[in-house]
Design a protein around this ligand. Structure first.
Ligand SMILES: Nc1ncnc2c1ncn2[C@@H]1O[C@H](COP(=O)(O)OP(=O)(O)OP(=O)(O)O)[C@@H](O)[C@H]1O
Length: 462
């Protein structure tokens, strides 16, 4: 039974009709009293609660009722309905234990989908939470290119395997190069949307002026350079999944624009007044600490709750060193085929040595190290020396308690050091400004200022 709590007859009727058509048994409650009565008699599968269910209240009654429901039925999914203007209430509700929120006016399809997702997820959660082993996972899901058996990674794979079939938004966090994009693709591949598009958008690489046209498209004449209509990424992803990478890099104006489409799946292309609706599954990733950003006020709390229904954190490679030899073998096996060198082999010592490396660039860096060694080594058996020669200075051995690497005092100015560090970071990250800024711990804006100051070439496109 789906319990709908709302005191507006028109809303009660339209929601009841909508959900009955979807095969739900529906019960309606006018307010706290009827809700208590309904819960005494039967445990609902899910609850849709209008936060402003009483005309005279500010929503406090809604929060109180939500707390009551949560105490009584901690596992029953509760979806809140709030007005667009009362987003704060939605955030309060999420903190009080709601599972999701929908803003008025809602899109019927999206509302139904959200209720179904919440019910499915609640079912998953009530199941055992232990992670399966690698073989079990491979029997159930398609995780072909994801190498690793570390329990932390298996936890991630277990979670994404379970939620892939739902439309729940997933937030993937983890340092750069830990495999966030690979995991996003795996979610799509294991979902019912797998034959539909998987559209990746690097939000870190899109300037705020281009944001709207890139994501929502534009019509001819919308701005000076808009010579023809252009379809945006959301529309391209229709029926499939959209992967919003580096979501922590969005400025606040773009965050508002994104919130709306994530909220009700509608948007207008730039220069058009015609609203379009899309059916997309949203997967986001970031290597930033979004909770901290919410605390500091640089990331919207409502957007955070909108994207993080399910959060998975990818471990850094140093947290799962036992996987390093497996990854090295995977990369060399691929290169054997690619370069037609069937006898390629990594010596035992080299495998041990690689396991001890500090690899701040994680799996991407390990892959580069292996590729470089394979390309430049004289023989087919790769030794420590082959790898050592080609390591970037960013990956020092952890055992060498390196004495100060700084140049002698007086040999270099602070400006000169800064310039060299920026050049090095630009080379390391192949001029990707977002990555460089993060690696140096400064904003993109500060980085651009410094690039201009030192006359270092860069492209504003990434
Ligand atoms: N578990 C894994 N097994 C095999 N290859 C992996 C694994 N994880 C990551 N890789 C490879 O490492 C590289 C980096 O992965 P990916 O781009 O997914 O990382 P990311 O976390 O999205 O990085 P960034 O934050 O910089 O965008 C890719 O070439 C990917 O195929």
């Amino acid at each position: 039974m789906l319990l709908i709590i709302d005191d507006d007859i028109a809303v009660q009727t339209s929601l009841s009709l909508l959900f009955r058509k979807e095969g739900f048994a529906v019960r309606v409650a006018d307010g706290p009293f009827e809700t208590r009565e309904a819960l005494e008699e039967e445990t609902p599968t899910a609850i849709v609660l209008d936060m402003n269910f009483s005309v005279e209240t500010s929503g406090d009654d809604g929060i109180r009722l939500l707390r009551y429901i949560r105490e009584r039925l901690p596992n029953v999914p509760v979806l809140l309905i709030t007005g667009w203007g009362s987003i704060d209430l939605a955030v309060q509700g999420m903190k009080a234990g709601a599972n999701d929120f929908i803003t008025k006016p809602w899109q019927n399809d999206h509302l139904v989908q959200s209720v179904k997702t919440a019910i499915k997820l609640a079912g998953e959660r009530s199941g055992e939470a232990v992670s399966a082993n690698r073989r079990q996972l491979d029997e159930q899901f398609q995780f072909d290119n994801i190498v690793g058996e570390d329990p932390k990674l298996l936890d991630v794979l277990t979670t994404i395997g379970r939620v892939a079939q739902t439309d729940a938004p997933v937030l993937i966090t983890g340092e750069s190069g830990t495999g966030k994009e690979l995991i996003a693709e795996a979610i799509h591949q294991n979902s019912r949307r797998k034959r539909q598009p998987f559209v990746k958008v690097n939000l870190g690489g899109i300037s705020s002026t281009l944001f709207e046209s890139e994501l929502f498209g534009h019509v001819r004449g919308a701005f000076t350079d808009a010579k023809a209509d252009r379809i945006g990424r959301f529309e391209l992803a229709h029926k499939g999944s959209i992967f919003l990478d580096e979501i922590g890099d969005l400025d606040s104006a773009s965050q508002v624009k994104l919130l709306r489409v994530l909220q009700d799946r509608t948007f207008e292309p730039l220069g058009s007044s015609k609203t379009r609706t899309v059916d997309v599954r949203v997967i986001c990733a970031t290597n930033r600490n979004l909770e901290e950003m919410v605390r500091l006020g640089t990331f919207r709390e409502d957007l955070f709750y909108r994207i993080n229904l399910i959060t998975v954190r990818l471990p850094a490679l140093r947290e799962r060193p036992a996987d390093i030899p497996r990854l090295v073998k995977f990369f060399t096996d691929n290169l054997k085929t690619l370069y037609g060198r069937p006898n390629l082999l990594v010596s035992k010592e080299a495998q041990h040595w690689l396991k001890d490396l500090s690899l701040p660039g994680n799996i991407r860096q390990l892959k580069n190290v292996v590729e470089r060694a394979v390309l430049l080594a004289p023989g087919d058996t790769l030794t420590v020396a082959d790898f050592e020669k080609h390591l970037t200075p960013l990956a020092p051995r952890p055992t060498t308690s390196a004495p100060s690497q700084l140049p002698p005092v007086g040999s270099m100015t602070l400006d000169e050091m800064e310039r060299q560090m920026i050049e090095r970071a630009m080379a390391h990250h192949q001029n990707r400004v977002g990555h460089v800024a993060r690696a140096l711990g400064i904003t993109r804006f500060s980085l651009y200022r410094r690039l201009e100051k030192y006359g270092i070439a860069f492209s504003s496109e990434e």
